[in-house]
Write a protein that binds this ligand. Structure first.
Ligand code: UDX
Length: 433
């Protein structure tokens, strides 16, 4: 079913991962979109057709929208919402020290835009917010003519555009059925099932989905640990499990633990909310603890490859981002592992295809090298922390020749151990012999 292009512009407030992907995708679907961000440098790049994040397909859609005039960027949220029938709020909700979500930016923006909204406008909140926030936004706006709906976003970084254009589902949480239908109609072109609920349920769907996926990964990593203990190969264990259609193959890769801008913050926020509501949620606590242990176990593998001590030893770390296909380093397990390695005295030489030169997270912890071979020069062990495809295709004879010792810890199970061993490497993977 084609979506009905809006005559009035759609406003998107916030040009981060969610906002930018939403804005370019809506423009691609035929809507007029005005996207606001207060960061002038970011706006200048976007207006010049240069994406501010590494994201497959972003450059094409950004340039398409600018060229056909369906996409505009402005520096103020109040300017963006004028004349807009629909306003998407795509703002950060970072974690506070106690784990709860900080919604102050969202509150501030709601207060700023309130007097500038069109009569009968609909506010759709895409930011991940504590259950009950849709109501709080409604109160802050203080506009009885404006409907507020929850429209959680499920996009993955690295696949943000395809997830926006082809979502598994569209969730709209609202008391106002007409407003929910209007927001749903905007995504009709995607053909995705539309789930209309009340606001609290929509907000809970988002947290429960992320917490479920994080728990699934912690389970997978625990099965990898178990496989090592009992002498099984976790890849075959997961293959055998995945053929059960109730389990499936997606989200079944063991690794150095889950990270990124969502899982860590959303699991903490859900634990906080559950506690406030009088529920301890032991299962989710265990998933978080298993994730912390997974990072530590990668450090232990590196240490063991070096004979037990990291002090003064040179370690090459390949991959800094929290996963491949993105330049995002927020809550990256790779950064956490490097921090622990450096904390135990290792001299770390890091490489990542999206990183050129020093990065704030690694200052004083690691030297950032321009290529993977350079990072390995003189290293006694190399650890793969992000599953970048290019790492599969390196010349491993050359890697071996530049290293002081041929040891490799593959925390993403990216490489073929037999091939590496033939080249003389001591290979350690995750949950496999
Ligand atoms: C996640 C959710 O998937 C998305 O729906 C939500 O909107 C935002 O949070 P994202 O953080 O972009 O998306 O990354 P995702 O691909 O889900 O990966 C999260 C973490 O899990 C990464 O650290 C990744 O490396 C890890 N992961 C994922 C694994 O270790 N193994 C897997 O099989 C899949």
């Amino acid at each position: 079913m084609p979506s009905a292009p809006t005559s009035a512009p759609v406003a998107v407030v916030g040009a981060g991962y969610v906002g930018l992907a939403t804005a370019v995708s809506l423009a691609h679907m035929g809507h007029q979109v005005v996207c606001a961000d207060h960061d002038r440098a970011k706006l200048a790049k976007l207006e010049a057709g240069e994406p501010t994040i590494v994201e497959d397909g972003m450059a094409e859609l950004l340039r398409e929208g600018l060229a056909n005039g369906r996409l505009r960027f402005v520096g103020s949220s109040t300017e963006a919402v004028r004349r807009a029938e629909l306003v998407f709020l795509c703002l950060p909700t970072p974690p506070r020290a106690d784990g709860s979500a900080d919604v102050s930016i969202l509150q501030e923006v709601a207060e700023q835009i309130a007097p500038h909204l069109e009569r009968g406008a609909i506010i759709a909140n895409k930011s991940t917010v504590p259950v009950g926030s849709t109501r709080v936004i409604e109160q802050l706006l203080g506009r009885s003519d404006v409907a507020v709906v929850s429209n959680p976003e499920f996009l993955r970084e690295g696949q943000a555009i395809s997830d926006c254009l082809h979502p598994d589902r569209v969730v709209v949480g609202a008391d106002d059925a007409k407003a929910a239908a209007r927001v749903g109609a905007l995504f009709a072109a995607t053909g995705a099932p539309l789930i209309v609920t009340d606001a609290a349920t929509a907000e809970t769907i988002k947290y429960a989905s992320n917490a479920f996926l994080a728990t699934r990964l912690s389970f997978v990593n625990a099965v990898a640990t178990l496989s090592e203990a009992v002498g099984a190969d976790v890849r075959d264990v997961l293959l055998g499990m995945g053929y059960d259609h109730r389990i499936g193959f997606e989200f079944l890769r063991p690794g150095p633990g889950w990270g990124g801008s969502c899982f860590p913050k959303d699991t903490s926020a859900l634990l906080f909310m559950a506690e406030q509501a009088g529920y301890d949620f032991p299962l989710l606590r265990a998933a978080v603890a298993t994730n912390d242990a997974q990072r530590a176990s990668v450090v232990a593998k590196v240490s063991s490859a070096l004979g037990g001590s990291l002090a003064g030893r040179t370690v090459a770390a390949w991959g800094i981002t929290f996963k491949a296909g993105t330049d995002d380093r927020r809550e990256s397990p790779a950064v956490a592992v490097v921090r622990q390695l450096a904390g135990e005295g290792a001299v770390v030489r890091a490489y990542d295809p999206t990183v050129r030169g020093p990065v704030p997270e690694l200052v004083g912890l690691a030297e950032v090298c321009a290529d993977p071979y350079g990072a390995c020069a003189g290293a006694e062990v190399v650890v793969i922390l992000t599953e970048w495809d290019e790492l599969r295709w390196l010349d491993y004879a050359k890697v071996r020749s530049v290293m002081a010792e041929p040891a490799l810890v593959d925390a993403r199970n990216l490489l073929d151990p037999a091939k590496l061993r033939r080249l003389g490497f001591r290979y350690t993977g995750i949950g496999r012999p």
